[in-house]
Design a protein around this ligand. Structure first.
Ligand SMILES: [Zn+2]
Length: 138
């Protein structure tokens, strides 16, 4: 099982995920901020923009519309600890899409890709040691 937030900073009950933005104009930046604030209000994660990046930073590198047209994000962290590249091209700077790609960055996959998707009945055991962080369903 992947633990997407294992190396992130934690402050009390909340995790901190850092991101760097490149190739966005100000109105696009504002839309991304709004999407992340909305997501942050629904989960136990805070998002913080950083103003510089290097090859070993374990952060999310958002590439905006001036750097391409696609919307994409791999699931979870890079195994070598390098920045995760998130592409938010033209047409992608919308609340739902930004949150969708951010949840991929945090390790969430599409429901139809769940390994238990074909299981008819699920028994869910709650581990009291495990902190539950609620993630909205999109
Ligand atoms: Zn997706």
């Amino acid at each position: 099982m992947k633990v997407p937030l294992r190396d992130t900073e934690k402050n009390g009950d909340r995790y901190l995920v850092r991101y760097y933005m490149e190739g966005f104009r100000q109105p696009q930046r504002d839309n991304v901020y709004d999407a992340l604030i909305d997501l942050s209000n629904r989960v136990c994660i805070d998002f913080k923009e950083v103003l510089s990046i290097n090859k070993v930073d374990n952060i999310i590198h958002m590439k905006g519309p001036s750097m391409g047209a696609s919307c994409s994000m791999y699931i979870g962290r890079n195994s070598d600890g390098s920045p995760q590249t998130m592409k938010l091209g033209r047409g992608c700077i919308q609340l739902g899409i930004v949150q969708h790609e951010m949840l991929h960055a945090l390790g969430m996959d599409h429901e139809h890709n769940r390994p238990d998707r074909d299981v008819q009945w699920l028994n869910i055991e709650v581990n009291s040691q495990l902190e539950i962080c609620l993630i909205p369903i999109f």
